[in-house]
Design a protein around this ligand. Structure first.
Ligand SMILES: Cc1cc2nc3c(=O)[nH]c(=O)nc-3n(C[C@H](O)[C@H](O)[C@H](O)COP(=O)(O)OP(=O)(O)OC[C@H]3O[C@@H](n4cnc5c(N)ncnc54)[C@H](O)[C@@H]3O)c2cc1C
Length: 379
């Protein structure tokens, strides 16, 4: 078995596979991806698959807009139907301060070229008659937002990367990493590998992987629970979300409704348990919002993690402490939708020293030395 590669990526979630795919697409296929479980076993395979460009931070908007361009051609480019649907994202506000912030956000998003509009509750009701708009103060809608099947998207990048010559080893856990100056010696559950360049795309475990190199990344992982109902006829186009209402919901291609909410009392840590309280609270809230769901049964409920950064924006770049050690971490609950643009940008940065489509300089870890402006559009 070959043990020396130019680049090793830790983690075969959608971020690691997107980086590997884009490296190979730009001509560098001497790449090894190490995954301790199986492809899509981490947060990617546990997420809701929402793809949204409506953010409060301009950088998230730009990254998401570039991602949408890449999602639009991903099925064709990778030869994998990822169940991508641009049914729009309807964002509901129940809070006065948030509603006025939405007006500011929409101005900024439009200035960046996004097709997005403000809707009154009556306008929401006319377009989406099945939504209970009681207590809604204002809404925003972007028709090019949407969703995709996260497993299929993760596998699309993994298979396309492999076709271009990338090696992906699953069930291979990175246990320790030695930087020797000119290369990294990566000790795994299946022996030792070496590379000149190392990329941390370990999702919820990104902090642990960085600490193997004594590099501190300001990230913490928090459990998020999510559930899915039995299927019904597919008719529900948009993804619905509310930050003040604390929920999101969408219908899958096969008719299931996937939904979740955050928990402000959640403590940081790697906890995969689920609670009955989550099902009870969310079911009550969602049946009030969408009364037609009342008779549907929940068929599965699971949990994953948000790897949170201090400003809820990803941390992407090269370590100032250790040359050739790159990271794409801290996605704060929106790494699925940003993965195409981030994979492309980081591959460009590694291979060409600069990005061509969207800047990631502002997302370097050194930004936390200045003031922190938190992304607010997060559930
Ligand atoms: C309930 C829920 C809903 C979400 N909804 C959305 C959404 O709608 N839209 C959106 O954009 N995002 C969403 N997210 C966030 C999204 O899932 C993540 O941001 C994204 O999947 C991160 O991708 P990743 O590749 O960085 O991480 P992961 O998919 O977690 O991949 C990291 C991989 O690294 C592997 N790994 C870790 N340590 C090691 C090691 N030592 N050795 C080898 N391998 C290792 C892990 O096994 C894992 O497979 C949601 C998350 C959750 C939990």
């Amino acid at each position: 078995m070959k043990t020396e590669y130019r680049i090793i990526v830790v983690g075969a979630g959608i971020v690691g596979c997107s980086i590997a795919y884009h490296l190979a697409k730009f001509g560098e296929s001497d790449v090894l991806v190490l995954e301790k479980n199986y492809i899509s076993s981490g947060s990617t395979g546990r997420c809701a698959g929402g793809i949204r460009q409506q953010w409060s931070s301009p950088h998230n908007v730009l990254l998401a807009m570039r991602s949408v361009k890449l999602f639009e051609r991903m099925s064709e480019e990778t030869g994998f139907d990822i169940e991508y649907k641009q049914g729009g994202y309807l964002v509901l506000s129940y809070d006065e301060r948030e509603a006025s912030q939405f007006e500011e956000n929409v101005k900024m998003q439009k200035n960046l070229g996004l097709n997005v509009e403000l809707l009154t509750p009556n306008q929401v009701k006319r377009r989406f008659e099945y939504v209970n708009v009681e207590k809604v103060l204002l809404a925003t809608f972007c028709p090019t937002d949407g969703h995709a099947n996260p497993h299929l998207a993760n596998f699309a990048y993994a298979h396309a990367a492999k076709r271009l010559g990338v090696t992906i080893l699953t069930h291979t856990e990175v246990l320790a990493i030695e930087p020797t100056g000119s290369k990294f010696k990566v000790h795994t559950s299946r022996g030792r590998f070496e590379s000149k360049i190392l990329v941390n795309a370990a999702g919820a475990y990104a902090g642990q992987v960085a600490s193997m190199l004594n590099v501190k990344l300001p990230v913490e992982s928090y459990r998020h629970q999510i559930l899915v109902t039995e299927p019904v006829r597919n008719f529900f186009d948009p993804m619905l979300i509310s930050f003040s209402g604390n929920f999101y919901i969408r219908q899958t291609k096969h008719g299931h409704f996937i939904m979740g909410q955050g928990d402000k009392d959640e403590r940081p840590g790697l906890n995969y348990n689920v609670t009955f309280r989550f099902e009870k609270d969310l079911a009550r809230k969602i049946c009030w919002l969408l009364p037609f769901l009342r008779k549907l049964r929940i068929v599965r409920h699971w949990s994953g993690h948000y790897n949170m950064s201090p400003d809820a924006q990803p941390i992407i770049g090269e370590s100032a402490e250790l040359a050739n050690f790159y990271y794409a971490v801290g996605f704060s609950g929106h790494g699925f939708m940003l993965a195409p643009a981030v994979g492309e940008a980081l591959a460009e940065k590694i291979l060409f020293g600069e990005t061509k489509h969207v800047s990631i300089t502002e997302l370097n870890v050194d930004r936390f030395e200045k003031s922190i402006v938190r992304e607010t559009n997060v559930v």
